[in-house]
Design a protein around this ligand. Structure first.
Ligand SMILES: [Ca+2]
Ligand SMILES: [Ca+2]
Length: 460
């Protein structure tokens, strides 16, 4: 009886161990994503850009149909990408004529492939910044004996405090005639380094705030630092991203026109006796909803841009709820999404008769967590601290009256408003600055006050 019971518990223990093992394997597989969408590639046969990047050949030679060869310790092929890489991706490069045993005769530490978020003449200057980097370093220093050599893989997601490193495959022998493939995968948690599809090292990589933008092949810095392994021929650089990228925003803003100090919320069309159109009024991002919740105040238009003056990367129509929360009409959720790669972007908020607003700074979109921005808390949440009015103490709202969307509230808007008003516009109308369903002198007063203040958007 006793022995049967023990046996059963052992069996349960065995099942539990197996379950834990399988769960562990599953989470390990989950955290090693397959990035299959090509976002950048270059043959490395020349310096001709393929995607707006700049490529500088520092002391190497292009060999027809083979690639770029590092000729000396000082050799470097410097690739400055046109756009930063996502916060999750895979970089692959092929090397031939590769043997760290015989080619690392001068320096113990020689580099082959480096990803950086920023670069300096001496790249140790990145240590005390928020920079991110990954290096594959070779050298006879990383060897278990004569005739063999391997690597050190180094990575830091955010400055020296996050740096980690690991020696790997130090007993490898090498064949100059073979083609080897190096692969670095990075995510929000780890970075992995592979040789010919076999994992060499995995290092922690959490907290990255600066996306990779520089690829240094050979020497790992601009002037001073670790040198290149001479003789190696590099080719066929590829960078992949997530198959279905998505970024997330949790946002809040108020509109001056419909804001009511009695309820600390915005007036809704239902309460004012009219209905919102099911179709977004913004031509940049057409979207038609099947129904619109009664708590929604109006359609708004959001765009993302890498710099304050850059052209928008993407537009999308959203809803603004009476409490100021942005709602994604596709999901009805307060988490707003865009199907693009992670990165750092400014967010612009546009409304059909209020001044446009731009976030005062870039937001980091990591592809996993929702970034948040609240335009309602302070004027300095707005780029250039302009374009908002304090509608009650501590509550800021986009200023109303910009009917022609030129970033100013002035006579140009008045003319348009006057014709709308004379037409007796009611319901959903652009001349309705307070969104109460009719164009009246109440709207004129809003326009007048903002025009008197020479209200203008802070968006460049
Ligand atoms: Ca205007
Ligand atoms: Ca009105």
């Amino acid at each position: 009886m006793m022995s049967a019971r023990i046996g059963r518990e052992s069996a349960i223990g065995g099942v539990l161990s197996l379950t834990v093992l399988l769960l562990g394997m599953a989470s390990c597989l989950q955290s090693q994503p397959a990035h299959t969408r090509l976002i950048y590639s270059h043959s490395l046969l020349n310096t001709t850009p393929t995607a707006g990047e700049t490529i500088v050949n520092g002391g190497g030679t292009f060999i027809a149909s083979r690639g770029w060869q590092s000729q000396a310790e000082s050799s470097q092929l410097t690739i400055t990408l046109a756009a930063p890489l996502p916060f999750e991706g895979t970089a692959i490069i092929n090397v031939t004529n590769f043997d760290p045993v015989s080619q690392n005769t001068y320096e113990y530490k020689q580099h082959i492939f480096n990803l950086y978020s920023r670069v300096y003449p001496n790249n140790k200057d990145v240590f005390y910044t928020d920079a991110a980097w990954c290096n594959i370093r070779t050298g006879s220093a990383y060897s278990t004996g004569p005739g063999v050599a391997g690597f050190k893989f180094l990575a830091a997601a955010r400055g020296l405090g996050t740096r980690d490193e690991e020696r790997c495959v130090e007993s490898n022998t090498w064949n100059l005639n073979r083609t080897y493939e190096f692969k670095i995968i990075w995510t929000r948690t780890y970075t992995w380094c592979y040789l010919d599809g076999v994992l060499m090292s995995r290092l922690p990589f959490s907290g990255q705030v600066e996306p990779f933008k520089y690829i240094l092949i050979g020497r790992d810095n601009l002037i001073w630092g670790y040198s290149a392994q001479p003789g190696v021929i590099f080719a066929n650089l590829r960078i992949y991203g997530r198959e279905n990228p998505l970024i997330h925003l949790s946002g809040k803003a108020h509109l001056q026109g419909p804001y009511q100090t009695t309820t600390h919320t915005m007036r809704t069309p239902g309460a004012a006796g009219y209905a919102l159109p099911l179709q977004s009024p913004y031509a940049q991002a057409p979207y038609t909803a099947t129904s619109i919740p009664a708590t929604i105040v109006d359609w708004v238009l959001l765009s993302l841009r890498p710099s304050a003056t850059a052209s928008p990367l993407i537009w999308k129509s959203f809803w603004l709820r009476q409490d100021g929360r942005l709602i994604d009409p596709q999901s009805g959720s307060t988490t707003c999404t865009w199907p693009i790669d992670s990165g750092r972007f400014f967010v612009a908020l546009h409304h059909r008769n209020h001044l446009s607003a731009l976030t005062a700074d870039t937001l980091l979109f990591d592809g996993i967590n929702a970034s948040s921005w609240d335009f309602s808390t302070a004027l300095d949440q707005y780029y250039n601290s302009r374009g908002a009015a304090e509608v009650e103490p501590g509550i800021w709202a986009l200023q109303s009256g910009d009917l022609n969307a030129d970033g100013l509230v002035n006579n140009g808007d008045y003319s348009l408003w006057l014709s709308a008003s004379r037409n007796g516009a009611y319901g959903y109308a652009d001349g309705d600055f307070n969104l109460d369903g009719v164009s009246t002198t109440r709207d004129y007063v809003i326009w007048y006050n903002n025009a008197f203040l020479a209200a203008r958007s802070g968006m460049p």
